[in-house]
Design a protein around this ligand. Structure first.
Ligand code: AKG
Ligand code: FE2
Length: 314
């Protein structure tokens, strides 16, 4: 243990003013994205398109939200698993979260806000929407780079149109111990791309392909980008979807947000022909993300080492 050199995730800079398709700058960053996602499935991104006051306001909004009475939080229900209020689980007592579907669309956020605050809370809906919309630019930049790097430009519009955005916001209570306690179980994300942002309380850990856990300690100005199994499957296994978990110590609460690009219900995830050849036989049958999620939350899905392989592996 003690002899290990601490690993660090690659850091990629998206703050350059001229990061536009077709420029040298773009191609350089695109190459870094490809390598990081092949090797780790994950990287730290510096991205300055979200003003500091908005990044600070988001944590104020999260505190306000999680301070609501439990009965009120439970009003956020969703027909998709894991999209509404999640919490009060004995296995992860420190954890609770709220899903905000279509968080980049103001009408949708306002509707959820109205169920939580019947007298209204426009600063909450504005903060959430504006943060999500601005951060979705980073999601799109990364996906554009990924598709280009595999020569899949002709699928760009279809791919971009096939997803929507969920903002899931999380609170992990400080365990008030010096030893480490589980905040969130080890899992892979099931969506396309996840972009995480946290207050200055660390706890996220990512597992390398070799099975080592890396502590993720992002700077105040950076986001953690990670790919999910739907993108892994669509690219026929070319990019790695990493296991990750949250481990907590101390007494400070950790607040985090995850912007998830998620395949729409009814959209069949099918690896393009360009991704399949003799060296890369097709790994998964075409599948619908929402049906896959349904399976993942069954007993068999939870038991499987890879729920995706059991659900639609070839
Ligand atoms: O809180 C975090 O940083 C990670 C959350 C996470 O992995 C998830 O919601 O899928
Ligand atoms: Fe996750």
């Amino acid at each position: 243990m003690g002899s290990q050199t601490p690993l660090k995730l690659p850091v990629i800079d998206f703050s350059k003013p001229d990061l536009k398709p077709g420029t040298n700058e773009w191609d350089l960053v695109k190459g870094q994205v490809r390598v990081a996602l092949e090797d780790y499935g994950c990287f730290e991104a510096t991205f300055d398109k979200i003003p500091l006051d908005l990044r600070e306001a988001i944590f104020g909004s999260l505190e306000e939200l999680f301070d609501l009475p439990l009965q009120t939080k439970l009003r956020n229900v969703s027909n998709k698993p894991y999209h509404g209020y999640v919490g009060q689980y004995p296995q992860v007592p420190l954890y609770e979260s709220m899903g905000i579907d279509d968080a980049n669309i103001i009408e949708k956020v306002e509707a959820l806000t109205a169920t939580l605050w019947p007298r209204g809370n426009s600063s909450f809906s504005k903060t959430v929407q504006s943060f999500s919309e601005k951060l979705s630019e980073l999601d799109q930049t990364i996906r554009k780079m990924v598709l280009e790097s595999f020569g899949l430009e002709k699928y760009m519009d279809e791919h971009m149109d096939s997803t929507n955005y969920l903002l899931r916001v999380m609170k992990y209570k400080g365990p008030k111990t010096t030893e480490t306690k589980l905040g969130l179980n080890s899992h892979t994300d099931k969506n396309i791309v996840t972009i995480l942002y946290q207050n200055q309380v660390d706890g996220l850990e990512v597992r390398t392909k070799e099975g080592e856990w890396v502590n993720v300690n992002p700077s105040k100005h950076s986001f953690i980008v990670m790919i999910g199994e739907s993108l892994h499957a669509w690219l026929n296994g070319r990019l790695h979807a990493p296991y990750h978990r949250v481990m907590m110590t101390g007494d400070k609460a950790r607040y985090s947000t995850g912007l998830f690009s998620i395949p729409k219900a009814g959209y069949m995830i099918k690896a393009p022909d360009e991704m399949v050849d003799e060296a890369h036989p097709l790994l998964f049958k075409p599948f619908d993300h929402v049906e896959f999620l349904g399976f993942y939350y069954t007993e068999a899905g939870q038991k499987a080492e890879s729920a995706l392989k059991v659900f639609c592996g070839l």
